[in-house]
Design a protein around this ligand. Structure first.
Ligand code: F6R
Length: 233
């Protein structure tokens, strides 16, 4: 793993921006994207930049089950608000959390990923070590699947909702096997609440109990962490 330490999230976004710019300039055309607080300053930089993604494809990691794209808490809404409404992409994909045929929704997403091999996959990190919505215990070779969110993730995401009971308890997520098939993985983690997961991810055992530990097995991973997230290394 190539570990880049920065003083704060803003510096981290600047480093991540440089990696996106370089990857795009070198001809990469498929970007795996994440939601959550972590990538927001990066997306702002991309929006303000002259970078041209009009020939690029974006494939998002995950979506809550049951929320329509118009729901402000949905990841469809999040991506439109923070990136896609402001920066043109050739095509964008986000798992369909509204499809009642879950089998069709997951296999359709696996087809999309197979047809568009991911050049650069952006990841955040859950406090419990999840990547995408692949919670502890998820198989390392998993494909797109339906997830029961853990209480830790529901608690962490409650800050985006008016009431904790409004947080969906299930999601549809790209699997760990698909994340691992990306050519380059860029994970960002900022803040003290990520310090335990960061330490386990980088120097703990490789175990499905800590999904991000699988990244130790990938040949091309860049991790950007701030001082607080690096505190337990
Ligand atoms: C979001 C996602 C999640 C988040 C993680 C960290 O698409 O896949 O794995 O990256 O929960 O969330 P934040 O950035 O809000 O701390």
């Amino acid at each position: 793993m190539n570990i880049i330490k920065v003083n704060n999230a803003s510096q981290g976004a600047a480093r991540a921006y440089d990696i996106f710019a370089e990857t795009l300039t070198k001809g990469a055309r498929v970007f795996g994207l994440a939601t959550g607080s972590t990538p927001v300053p990066l997306y702002q930089r991309l929006v303000e930049s002259p970078l041209d993604f009009s020939q690029a494809t974006a494939i998002n990691l995950d979506e809550y089950l049951g929320l329509s794209g118009n729901d402000p808490q949905s990841y469809h809404f999040f991506m439109a608000q923070h990136l896609f409404n402001h920066k043109a992409f050739k095509q964008t994909f986000i798992p369909d959390g509204k499809n009642p045929d879950r089998q069709a929704a997951t296999s359709q997403y696996d087809r999309i990923i197979a047809e568009n091999p991911i050049d650069l996959q952006l990841l955040g990190l859950g406090r419990n070590g999840h990547i995408g919505f692949n919670e502890p215990g998820t198989a390392f070779d998993s494909k797109t699947h339906i997830v029961d969110l853990t209480q830790s993730t529901i608690d962490a995401n409650a800050r985006f909702f008016d009431h904790e009971v409004d947080v969906p308890t299930q999601a549809i997520s790209m699997g760990i096997g698909s994340v691992m098939s990306a050519k380059h993985i860029l994970l960002m983690a900022f803040g003290a609440e990520k310090a335990d997961a960061v330490a386990q991810m980088i120097s703990g055992p490789i175990t499905e109990k800590l999904p991000a530990s699988v990244l130790q097995q990938h040949p091309n991973v860049t991790v950007i962490i701030d001082d607080a997230a690096a505190a337990k290394l």
